[in-house]
Design a binder for this molecule. Structure first.
Ligand SMILES: Cc1ncc(COP(=O)(O)O)c(C=O)c1O
Length: 397
């Protein structure tokens, strides 16, 4: 008798009651836009920025309308201009190269290694060869690179690093939070992240010029004084004539929904980690499944699980996935010829100049991925792993 999982793995974590109450209160007040010409009422977005800056230990924080916007604005405010080269690890999600395309920047893709993180040797080679002055470090699916080695390369070549922390809210490398290694960190509160506001993004930085530029560019209509996790008026004076308004503000409603979730971060991450590690330990028992290594320095915050189906052809993997999907476990596949849902690879980003990434392509050709809802019980986590293993065994001769 085959196992079948009876829960929808795409179930998002509902915001807590305090978020619902804060949202209703704000809706009733009508102050949904974060800026009021008379100073704003309560200014949920400014309060959120103060609280998020405190959580990350940064001087400044800017709320925006999505994680992709946070990446775009952080890079632009850091100085990236049309035609500039930006290094980017090849394993990432489409909005990340999308932000570079939006900037008119030239993506220089860097190979990844078996841990699904940037290949340090290739980073050094491409940093030198390209002369790029920016690195967009994407901690895709929560896998954190050796950030000490990455930071060293950035220092050596005078590269400004912007971190994409959409999947690493609360994750650390050697005790230091992701988002705090470079000049800015970009976060997302889209529904499948640690915090759920539907859409939303946050930038953290200690750089006063970057912060002022990001606030102006996010679309603050010269009402930037309503930001409190922000630099002084004198810093805005340096930039206010030269920064275009890109209308990427965070709405007060999103901020009101997010604020009560901040205090849940550690508890959510601990629960997610338990679910991940339980599924991982069962999947590891199958000889054809390999999971990426997680070094001790990496304190990871998984919301999904990745594994390689080794020694199988593309079509075998696709038929295994069809079978596991029929049994309630929709496995995603990075090796597919066309992008699906939240999975894609560099050959699918045809707007970028073609780049030869043989090692990344080989690694991603057997990579599978499953979303792990926070509500998954131990029994459901076990069933999920059994379904994958049974689908795999079914396909074997
Ligand atoms: C690695 C990564 N970076 C950036 C983003 C962009 O976040 P958003 O969907 O909030 O624009 C995502 C979205 O899932 C992502 O997975």
């Amino acid at each position: 008798m085959r196992h079948k999982l009876e829960i929808d793995l795409a179930t998002p974590e509902a915001p807590p009651k305090a978020s619902v109450e804060a949202a209703v209160k704000l809706l009733e007040s009508g102050y949904l836009f974060r800026y009021g010409e008379m100073g704003g009422e309560g200014n949920e977005a400014a309060l959120l920025e103060e609280e998020f800056a405190a959580l990350l230990g940064s001087k400044y924080c800017i709320g925006v309308n999505s994680g992709g916007s946070a990446i775009f604005l952080a890079l632009k405010a850091a100085g990236v201009e049309r035609g500039d080269k930006v290094l980017l690890n090849a394993f990432t999600l489409a909005p990340v190269p999308g932000a570079l395309e939006h900037l008119g920047a030239e993506a220089v893709l860097v190979e990844i290694d078996q841990r699904l993180v940037v290949d340090i040797d290739d980073l050094r080679i491409k940093a030198k060869a390209s002369g790029a002055k920016y690195l967009l470090m994407s901690h895709m699916r929560g896998h954190v690179a050796d950030m000490d080695a990455v930071s060293e390369i950035c220092d050596e070549f005078g590269i400004k690093m912007i971190e994409d922390c959409a999947h690493t809210m609360g994750a650390t490398w050697n005790g230091k939070q992701t988002g705090r290694f470079g000049v800015a960190g970009a976060f997302s509160s889209q529904s499948y992240k640690q915090f759920n506001t539907g859409e939303g993004g946050l930038i953290v930085t200690d750089d006063e010029d970057l912060a002022a530029r990001a606030i102006l560019m996010s679309g603050s209509y010269m009402l930037y004084a309503q930001h409190s996790a922000a630099p002084s008026e004198a810093v805005f004076d340096r930039w206010k004539g030269t920064c275009a308004n890109h209308s990427m503000r965070m709405s007060a409603l999103v901020a009101a929904i997010l604020r009560p979730q901040l205090q849940l971060l550690n508890e959510r991450n601990a629960r997610w980690r338990k679910i991940h590690d339980r599924v991982a330990s069962r999947l590891r028992t199958h000889q054809l499944l390999r999971l990426p290594d997680r070094p001790e320095a990496e304190d990871y915050t998984p919301t999904s699980i990745q594994f390689f189906m080794e020694g199988l052809t593309n079509s075998q993997i696709e038929s295994i996935i069809a079978d596991s999907t029929a049994h309630g476990v929709p496995v995603k596949f990075f090796g597919g010829s066309t992008p699906q849902g939240f999975t894609s690879r560099s050959p699918h980003w045809q707007y970028l100049p073609a780049q030869d990434l043989p090692r990344s392509e080989a690694i991603l050709s057997t990579l599978c991925d499953i979303r792990l809802p926070l509500g998954l019980t131990n029994a459901q986590a076990d069933t999920l792993a059994e379904v994958v293993i049974e689908s795999l065994n079914e396909a074997l001769p």
